[in-house]
Structure formats: structure tokens, C-alpha cells
Write a protein that binds this ligand. Structure first.
Ligand SMILES: CC(C)(COP(=O)(O)OP(=O)(O)OC[C@H]1O[C@@H](n2cnc3c(N)ncnc32)[C@H](O)[C@@H]1OP(=O)(O)O)[C@@H](O)C(=O)NCCC(=O)NCCS
Length: 148
């Protein structure tokens, strides 16, 4: 495995990050909404040899941060990049005295739930039929929380 670097996102990374986002999502937000969330939140990227491979995007309201999305290129998933991004964002928020990190995840997204449970996120609520795919199938959202 080549070594990867975690750093804050720059403006020129946004199209590549959006490309990773939209290929990993059935119903992606528009690039305008994505860019607005990046510009108003905290976003870290992972790169290997200068190539962007993934990112984590969070919003912060007072003492609570929310993971809006974490996404890794399909061909380098399961190699520790998601964990490296999660580690970095947790360290960042701990240094800023943020008290908790929350997120929503589809109940059927085993990879993401596996990542969050590895970091001790706990399910605190279930939002019934929160997600709907392009075929109209519904699934619940787990609301998960990590105390920092
Ligand atoms: C979720 C995602 C970001 C994880 O990134 P990753 O780089 O593959 O994660 P890691 O390699 O660091 O794996 C972290 C942990 O996740 C879990 N995990 C990863 N893939 C898994 C899978 N397919 N099934 C179950 N658990 C899995 C494992 O517990 C792993 O821990 P380990 O390193 O001790 O084995 C990645 O799968 C992804 O981009 N998915 C598509 C986008 C998405 O669904 N984002 C979440 C939105 S809520």
C-alpha cells in the first residue's frame, strides 16, 4: 500500500472530490450544494502521490459537528483511507473542543457502518424510510453519535 497524505481541501480539489462523491451515490447532490457545504464546513482529503482518493466533509454548529459525507474512490476502498480520514477529523475536532460528532447512515450501508462502529459511534435514533433509491425502495437512516 502506498502512503497517503491527509490535508485540508483546496478549491482546485472540489471537481475531483465531487466526482468521487457522485460515483459513490445513487442520488448525489448538485455540485453547487456540494461546493457550498465544502466552503461552509470542514473538509479533509486523502491523496496518494498527489492524486485525490477520498474526502470527509463535515459541518459544525457550536459544539456539535456532523459528518455530511465520507467517500473513498472505489478502487482503493478497504485499504484504510476511510479510517485515516476519520482519525484526522476526530483529532481536528478534539483540538477545537467540539463535544460530539453525529451522522446519518443508511441501515444497509455495511461498509460505512463498519467504519463508524470501529470509531465507537453509537446508534442514537432511527429515521424510518428516510432514504429512497431511484427505484423507489425505502430504507431507514441510523443516526449515530460519537462523544469526543
Ligand atoms: C465507507 C467508506 C468511506 C469506508 O472507507 P474505506 O477506506 O473503505 O474504509 P477502511 O478501509 O478504513 O475500513 C474501515 C473499517 O470499515 C469496515 N469496513 C470496510 N468495508 C467494509 C465492508 N464492505 N463491510 C463491512 N465493514 C467494512 C471495517 O470494519 C474496517 O475496519 P478494519 O480496517 O478494522 O477492517 C467507503 O466504503 C466508501 O467510500 N463508501 C461509499 C460512500 C459511502 O457510502 N459513504 C458513507 C456515507 S454515510
Amino acid at each position: 500500500m502506498k502512503t497517503y497524505k491527509i490535508r485540508p481541501i483546496g478549491d482546485s480539489d472540489i471537481p475531483l472530490a465531487y466526482n468521487i462523491f457522485s460515483t459513490n451515490r445513487a442520488l448525489p447532490w448538485s455540485i453547487e450544494s456540494f461546493t457550498q457545504s465544502v466552503n461552509s464546513g470542514v473538509c479533509l482529503v486523502a491523496e496518494i502521490e498527489g492524486q485525490l482518493q477520498g474526502y470527509i466533509l463535515c459541518s459544525v454548529i457550536f459544539e456539535t459537528a456532523e459528518v455530511l459525507d465520507i467517500s473513498v474512490q472505489k478502487n482503493v476502498q478497504n485499504l484504510g483511507i476511510g479510517s485515516a480520514l476519520m482519525n484526522a477529523v476526530i483529532e481536528c475536532f478534539q483540538s477545537k473542543k467540539i463535544e460530539k460528532l453525529i451522522l446519518e447512515v443508511d441501515e444497509f450501508n455495511a461498509a460505512a457502518i463498519g467504519l463508524y462502529e470501529k470509531y465507537d459511534f453509537r446508534t442514537i435514533d432511527i429515521r424510518k424510510n428516510y432514504y429512497q433509491d431511484s427505484a423507489g425502495n425505502c430504507s431507514n437512516a441510523l443516526v449515530m453519535c460519537l462523544s469526543l
